[in-house]
Design a protein around this ligand. Structure first.
Ligand code: PRT
Ligand code: ZN
Length: 286
């Protein structure tokens, strides 16, 4: 589609699956082929472009793509004029400095005059200059964790998620310098029409992301426990209470945050709730 919003996503890698899943949850229909470089959605004015993640900020800045999904670390490292529109809550990781286990590290000053290997030289340079540390940065594009072992560097600065890669290479994490997750970025000078497509897409994305934090809960309670149960349940406004055909009992429906779930369930049971059902929420529009 000529005027469709061009959305760049990673072709294959850690961001791809979650990016596609999010777009599907937004009810965008598009076909995927193994070697496809682009794919228009059949039911929304958006066309996907499948690219390497490192190229996404540049393509968005240059207007080849209008918007993109990429790690915040890559946005900061590429430092191109794009706007971060929304944090998407997946591919969470951090950029950390790590040193060999044998390195007697006490403070950041111990990195003075060290050689540090990284695939994120810009973020590291900015961090070191803020901390007034002079070190020699070696830019490498992959397998950063092996650099100290092969004598290339004294330390590394790399993306960490579980930390097991560092441990497996005899390294210890000593300082997180950047926290990252997948973000939606946009060219700051979109046309009015493309901006309105972006706002429609953003509305869907937000309702999908919001829903992930909540669950729908239904239960039966004896009528005398209604006041107590209503106090326990926050709900979006207040819980729905409906009488059951069995006299003396009501059905209560509410929406609760996942992170308070078990505590609330314990309190509900103590208040007399029975037959508690918990249902995932697909989309949430507030
Ligand atoms: O081919 P293309 O250039 O598109 O992809 P890529 O190989 O450059 O990137 P990819 O797919 O590896 O990562 C894409 C993005 O995912 C990164 O820019 C981060 O924003 C995010 N991300 C989240 C990660 C990780 N978690 C991660 N664990 N990126 C890389 N890693 C690597 C890290 O480099 C290290 O080698 O995983 C290892 C550490 O993992 P743990 O779990 O052992 O700590
Ligand atoms: Zn990459």
């Amino acid at each position: 589609m000529e005027n469709a919003l061009h959305l760049a996503i990673q072709r294959s890698g850690r961001l791809s699956e979650s990016s596609l899943a999010l777009l599907k949850e937004c009810d965008l229909h598009f076909s995927l082929g193994k070697n496809k470089l682009r794919s228009p959605a059949s039911n929304f004015p958006v066309e996907m472009l499948f690219l390497r993640d490192d190229d996404i900020p540049g393509y968005v800045a240059d207007g080849v793509a209008d918007i993109g999904i990429v790690g915040e670390n890559v946005v900061a490292e590429k430092d191109r004029p794009v706007e971060i529109i929304e944090k998407l809550g997946f591919s969470k990781c951090r950029l950390s400095i790590a040193v060999p286990n044998s390195f007697k590290f006490k403070t950041l000053q111990d990195l003075h005059d060290c050689h540090i290997a990284t695939s994120h030289p810009k973020i590291l340079t900015n961090f070191l200059s803020r901390e007034k540390i002079t070190a020699k940065i070696h830019e490498i594009s992959g397998s950063v964790e092996i650099a100290p072992g092969i004598g290339l560097s004294d330390a590394i600065c790399d993306v960490v998620s579980s930390g097991s890669t560092l441990v497996g290479n005899g390294l210890k994490e000593v300082k997180t310098i950047f926290n990252s997750e997948a973000v939606l970025i946009a060219n700051p000078e979109l046309s009015k029409e493309k901006n309105s497509f972006l706002n429609r897409l953003l509305f869907r994305i937000r309702s999908v992301i919001k829903a992930k934090d909540y669950q729908y809960i239904l239960m039966n309670i004896p009528n005398e426990a209604i006041d107590k149960v209503v106090q326990i349940l926050p709900g979006m406004k207040s819980p729905t209470v409906m009488p059951l055909s069995t006299g003396g009992w009501s059905s209560v429906h509410s929406v609760i945050r996942k992170d308070t779930f078990w505590e609330i369930i314990d309190n509900l049971q103590a208040a007399g709730a029975q037959g508690i059902l918990v249902v995932p929420i697909e989309k949430m529009i507030i």
